[in-house]
Design a protein around this ligand. Structure first.
Ligand code: ADP
Ligand code: MG
Length: 570
């Protein structure tokens, strides 16, 4: 889908790169495990414009990786050259780097793989009379033949690291190696819905995609049909960055981020910032520890990227990281908000299975029969409440002199924490907790700028954080109130807040509100009666018990008179 397919079936010539050009391309060891072999060979198949590829793994690829494609093949008289270092058909001069559209370009994969294994390759360019095969052991050519073959290429890699026992020892078990390889294949299948991909493990089919060009269909093949009904389309452009793809609705999340994939101009990339941006698009609607599924394609002008960063190429650097971040967050947020059944006036949207409960409550309080007696209650002092119970793991139900109160547990807790933090900050006594081990946090360029400009504010609220390189900071201590939350996520969120660029005086408030949000109990958390009583008592004692630090209501009152009317008693 994203990869530019070459229509012509005749391959471009392979040439050895000029040593000067070769020297300027980031180089390095690329083959670490079967998954790296799979990645390189799959990229070659794609670069060769194939519409079909079959990957066979034996023992997770430790014993054998075999990849068959129907791409344009390698000319018989260039086959040996393809295994020479820095021989490539994809790059001629350093200027070509600016406009690279192929996945490979260093001319290193085949020689690197051949150096540490036994390779048997068979290939034929359709327009040539015959195909050819080459057998190499640890980089040395053992045998070459000319033979009849279908168009395309098949490569078999075995005896991986036979000559490097130390590296072989580093391989994990066959299951772990299989999982790693499968992850790679999955990403390429997602990036190329028009490509028919088949994966076999020890002779058994693991999955097959049809090549029908439908991303939804590929997702169904890879992650199951059930997911497909819970996907939202995203498609938006901002700052010249187009963001497209599919993300799961808030009701469908996973315990890990393993089902989040990002592609930049068709190339699978990994960069924590992208995951953070995706999840930010959901605002605070995700439960703690839950992650959405997402397949996100970014179209960015190649000149804005530096792909020449890491030899395995899955790492990428954006020249305008802040814009990329905001484009993703925006696109996701648009899709999620549009599909939220919740009246925004009532506050943050509900998570997960509690959506229905909240919708019913909203229906209740917005129904004309009940009318203006139900609030967000006006700003008068809060009466003492008697806790009755919890509804939908979202609301504390309590009784007061004038009716029944529904207290939003998260919003209420936010208010309590916010007030505590404000007092502590004023007295310069924010309790701090040192981390057992300093933690390295990857942050966006925008966040890094923010840390540099507002370091004092960040330290005052209890973070001991310092820049550590271009895109990382080292975190040594965090505000004690955050001990339950992920400190690195919170720091990233805070820095993003700061990067939003507001008056310095407003900054502190915003940071405290974000910290309160991260530290507060989440919607969806079941509370004991004692916990609820404690929350309500603490809330009563705060400066503004009826609103959370973001200004949303913490509670809604169903007045006795409204309830009586509703039951036809009045
Ligand atoms: P790179 O992909 O960086 O050019 P490789 O070492 O991976 O370097 O491959 C060297 C060359 O061999 C490629 O440039 C390409 O011309 C050719 N090649 C490799 N694999 C295939 C394939 N499956 N089909 C067609 N050509 C291939
Ligand atoms: Mg390659």
């Amino acid at each position: 889908m994203m990869t530019e397919r070459r229509e012509e079936r005749t391959p471009p010539h392979i040439v050895a790169l000029d040593p000067e050009v070769a020297a300027r391309i980031a180089a390095g060891e690329v083959i670490e495990r079967p998954a790296s072999v799979v990645k390189e060979l799959l990229e070659n198949a794609l670069d060769a414009g194939c519409s079909y590829v079959r990957i066979e793994l034996e023992a997770g690829g430790i014993e054998r990786v075999r990849i068959v494609d129907n791409g344009y093949g390698i000319a018989a008289d260039e086959l040996e050259l393809a295994f020479r270092r820095h021989a490539t058909s994809k790059l001629r001069s350093i200027d070509d780097l600016e406009a690279i559209v192929t996945l490979g370009f260093r001319g290193e994969a085949l020689p690197s793989i051949a150096a540490v294994s036994t390779v048997f390759i068979r290939t034929r360019v359709k327009s040539e009379a015959a195909g050819s095969s080459l057998l190499l052991r640890q980089g040395e050519i053992v045998e070459r033949q000319s033979l009849g073959l279908p168009g395309g290429t098949s490569i078999e890699v075995s005896d991986l690291f036979a000559n490097l026992p130390a590296r072989r020892k580093f391989l994990k078990g066959r299951q772990a190696e299989f999982t790693a390889a499968q992850q790679v294949i999955t990403q390429y299948a997602l990036a190329n819905p028009g490509l028919a991909v088949t994966l076999l493990a020890d002779g058994q089919t693991v999955f097959t995609t049809s090549g029908s060009a439908s991303l939804t269909e590929v997702l169904a093949c890879l992650y199951g049909v059930e997911l497909v009904q819970r996907l939202e389309h995203i498609d938006a452009e901002r700052h010249g960055v187009r963001v497209r793809g599919l993300v799961s609705s808030i009701g469908h999340t996973k315990a890990t981020r393993s089902q989040q994939s990002f592609f930049v101009n068709g190339r699978w990339v990994r960069n924590r910032i992208l995951n953070v941006a995706l999840e930010e698009g959901y605002h605070s609607m995700l439960l703690r520890g839950r992650h959405p599924v997402g397949v996100v394609f970014l179209d960015i002008p190649p000149a804005e990227l530096d792909v020449n960063v890491h030899p395995t190429k899955s790492e990428i650097r954006f020249l305008r990281e802040r814009e990329v971040f905001s484009a993703i967050r925006h696109a996701v947020s648009l899709a999620i908000r549009q599909n939220q059944p919740v009246d925004s006036a009532v506050g943050a949207s509900p998570p997960e299975t509690d959506a229905m409960v909240q919708q019913q409550l909203i229906d209740l309080v917005t129904s004309p029969a009940i009318g203006p007696d139900c609030l967000p209650a006006p700003l008068r002092a809060m009466p003492a409440l008697r806790v009755l119970g919890q509804a939908g793991s979202l609301f504390i139900i309590a009784e007061g002199p004038d009716g029944v109160y529904m207290v939003d547990q998260h919003a209420a807790h936010e208010r309590i924490i916010y007030d505590d933090l404000s007092t502590q900050l004023a007295g310069n006594t924010v309790p701090v907790q040192a981390l057992l081990e300093p933690s390295l946090v990857e942050v966006s360029a925008a966040a890094m700028d923010a840390l540099q400009s507002y370091g004092d504010v960040v330290r005052a609220i209890g973070f001991d954080a310092e820049p550590f390189g271009d895109a990382t900071c080292v975190l040594r201590a965090v505000p004690a109130v955050l001990s339950g939350a992920s400190p690195s996520d919170t720091l990233q969120a805070l820095l993003e807040d700061l990067a939003g660029g507001k008056e310095r005086s407003e900054m502190q408030d915003r940071l405290l509100a974000t910290m309160a949000c991260k530290a507060a109990v989440k919607a969806g958390q079941t509370l004991t009666l004692d916990e609820m009583r404690f929350l309500v008592q603490r809330l009563e004692a705060t400066s503004r018990p009826r609103t959370c630090p973001h200004g949303r209501p913490t509670m809604i009152l169903l007045t006795t008179s409204a309830l009586e009317r509703q039951f036809g008693r009045r």
